[in-house]
Write a protein that binds this ligand. Sequence first.
Ligand SMILES: Cc1ncc(COP(=O)(O)O)c(C=O)c1O
Length: 307
Amino acid sequence: MRHRAIESIVEAVGNTPIVRLRSLEKECPGVELWLKLEYTNPGGSVKDRPALQMIQDALADGRLTKDKILIDATSGNTGVAYSLFGAALGLQIQLVMPSNVSKARKDITQAFGTELIPSDPMEGSDGAIVRVREIVAADPDRYFYPDQYSNPSNPRAHYLGTGTEILEQIGDRITHFATGLGTSGTMMGTTRRLKEHSRPIHCIAFEPAEALHGLEGLKHMGSSLIPDIYDAGVPDEIIGLPTEEGWDMADRVAKEEGLHIGHSAGANVWGALELAKTMDSGCIVTIAADRGDRYFAPMRWEKKYVW
Ligand SMILES: Cc1ncc(COP(=O)(O)O)c(C=O)c1O
């Protein structure tokens, strides 16, 4: 119900559209490809769902109060989400992020009044996590640390929202769900909901094929701090994704489908299409975490980013 009048921007989270990739489907006759457009959330990414859920759950049980500072480590999208909900709900936000994230990223979060704390660019997102833990440990009463990597509200947001919406939108036709692992919240929560469906749905976790990759937002689990919310037993299968193909697919989807998606989304679509080519029939759903214009700032991933 996107045309309704709402009391606060927080009510605009979720109920994202899902769109069929008709042009790409020409390469996999008999198989449907669907992309859920999480970039239509108000903060422009899939991370609005877990950020809001973590804030709301913590406000409800008293872990978060207005006199505390919400602090977390983020590669960007979660930070944008915290920042906009912080502004909307009157909460102080501090974010630790590697100092090499783009100026645009810093500008977006600061526009909402968020304070940024830089961490070592060579340490990537893991370095930002370690830095937050140090800051919180030094003064625990001052902070609420949602810790998206270990907070069950993160996958819960996708269990309640993303997974439920996919079933409402696609219904019994869905045979496969596949998406990339970052914190793993999207994969864990959505899959748990889809596994409750009356018909079997094969759920695949995508991860970058290499430790050094350029798929921002995604984690190569073998070389990263493993998130507490990640349970390797939840997906039916784990498949590696190459960076170059993900970036190229993002460009292709913009030109052929009119969807200007980010690189993790490009990788998801590439993986979904490769899977579809191995099938005679079926219906695959994947996720567009964010939009391509979030990556307009200079990015030579092979030199600057260690995610
Ligand atoms: C661009 C992008 N893609 C994918 C993901 C992965 O989502 P999740 O953290 O739910 O695994 C993220 C999360 O930060 C992201 O920012």
